[in-house]
Design a protein around this ligand. Sequence first.
Ligand SMILES: [Zn+2]
Length: 239
Amino acid sequence: MPKPGIHILNGHFLSLNDKAESTIFKNLLFKLLSKEVKLIDFENAIERIEKNDIPKHECLVAFTFDDGFEECYTKIKPVLDEHNIKAGFFINPNFINGDKSYQENFKNNIVYTYKSPMSWDQVKDLLKEGHIIGSHTMDHHNMNSNDKDFLDYQISESKLYLEEKLSYNCDYFAFPFGTLKHISQKGIDLAKQNYKYIFSQSNYKNYYSFGNKVINRRHFECDWPYKHVLYFLKSKQYG
Ligand SMILES: [Zn+2]
């Protein structure tokens, strides 16, 4: 059985199999719910982690999705809607804006899938419906760098870009690739100056990394067997 706590699961797409249908994610949620997992909004999960308001008898799960693939909108959002839960979507502006050769390079050499990005209209729709839109940097590069101009562009500029494009405050940042070696201390410090919340996809047994500056998420994908996902829903701790 899942352990009490707050879990943030981070996926990317519905499935690498393009023929897969939303039912696969629907079934995963159905199974989790049958194990007394409760689904909550991402924003709410973060508020509670920040306040150290961790439930003692409930297993709460929130969702985020990185890279901004179109099927987040077409195949994942409808399932979230059925449960009336809001997720976080971390996107790369240059992937959406890129020309054909930029997008091909992004898919083939950076994120290793052939999937296309959401359109700005789809992103706007998610935001309007109460989902969180966060920055995943401009280009999805490795942030383990000390180059100030590079970090400024990827981290600070992506926030400004999203805020201007979508007319909102962008408070959430997830660095690409997500393990703790994929961002420098300089990158963390800059992200902390720009954003309220920073996310990894690593060190999942602890709520935080980098001295409470980074909130950890656990990798999953919507088509993983529910027993596999259930296995992650174990005790977590601060520190
Ligand atoms: Zn990513």
